[in-house]
Design a protein around this ligand. Structure first.
Ligand SMILES: CC(C)(COP(=O)(O)OP(=O)(O)OC[C@H]1O[C@@H](n2cnc3c(N)ncnc32)[C@H](O)[C@@H]1OP(=O)(O)O)[C@@H](O)C(=O)NCCC(=O)NCCS
Length: 173
C-alpha cells in the first residue's frame, strides 16, 4: 500500500505520543528496565509533543496508513556540538505492525527535506548499540559509523552509537 508522510500538526500530539510509547515498549523490551518501560506515560508525552510542535512545527513528520498515524520522525540542528555535523535526525519510530513498508525511508526523506530548508547539508543520528534493526536501517541508508558513548536511560547504563552522512546527497533511499 502507498503510505503518506506529512508534517505533523498540533492535533497529532496524542497519536504521536501513543506511537512513541508503543514503539519504545516493543523496541526496547529486554534492553531497558521493564519498570521504566511500564512507567512511560502517553498523557505526559502528549504534553511534551504538544510543546515541541508548538515551538518547532516544521521538523516533525508523521507517517499514516488509512488516516491513522503509524510512525513519526523529527530532526533539526545537531544538539550536542558534534564536530563535523550540523543536522540531526532526532527520532524515528514506526509501529511494529507497520514496519518494513517504506514508512521509515519516507520519514527520513521528509526530515532531510526539512534539514535542507534550514540550509543544513549533513546529518547525524544516535542509536542504542544493541538496537540492531535500527542500525541495519541506517547502514542500509549509507550511514557511516561515527563513534560510541555511554548513555543512561532510566536506571540503565548503555552504549549508544552514531551514524553520519557527511552530505545529505549521500543518503541511499
Ligand atoms: C528503524 C525503522 C524506523 C525503519 O522503518 P521501516 O518503516 O521499518 O523501514 P522501511 O520499510 O522504510 O525499510 C527501509 C530499509 O530498512 C531496512 N530494514 C527495515 N526494517 C528492517 C528490519 N526489521 N531488519 C533489517 N532491515 C530492516 C530494509 O533494508 C529496508 O529496505 P528494503 O525495503 O529495501 O528491504 C523501524 O523499523 C522502527 O521504527 N524500528 C523501531 C524503532 C527504532 O528502533 N527507531 C530508531 C531509534 S534510533
Amino acid at each position: 500500500m502507498v503510505g503518506l508522510v506529512r508534517p505533523a500538526e498540533l492535533d497529532d500530539s496524542a497519536a504521536i505520543a501513543r506511537v512513541h510509547v508503543a514503539t519504545w515498549r516493543t523496541t526496547y523490551g529486554g534492553l531497558l528496565p521493564e519498570d521504566f518501560l511500564a512507567s512511560l506515560d502517553a498523557a505526559g508525552y502528549e504534553q511534551r509533543w504538544r510543546r515541541t510542535l508548538r515551538e518547532r512545527p516544521d521538523h516533525v513528520y508523521v507517517a499514516e496508513e488509512h488516516d491513522m498515524v503509524v510512525g513519526f520522525a523529527s530532526g533539526g540542528r545537531e544538539r550536542a556540538g558534534e564536530t563535523g555535523y550540523s543536522g540531526e535526525l532526532y527520532a524515528i519510530y514506526v509501529l511494529r505492525e507497520a514496519q518494513g513498508r517504506g514508512h521509515g525511508r519516507r520519514l527520513v526523506q521528509a526530515v532531510v527535506g526539512g534539514l535542507r530548508e534550514m540550509g543544513l547539508t549533513d546529518m547525524i543520528v544516535w542509536v542504542l548499540r544493541e538496537n540492531r534493526t535500527a542500525r541495519d536501517f541506517y547502514e542500509k541508508l549509507g550511514g557511516v559509523f561515527v563513534r560510541s558513548q555511554p548513555i543512561t536511560i532510566g536506571s540503565a547504563l548503555l552504549q549508544e552509537v552514531s551514524y553520519g552522512w557527511k552530505s545529505l546527497d549521500a543518503i541511499r533511499y
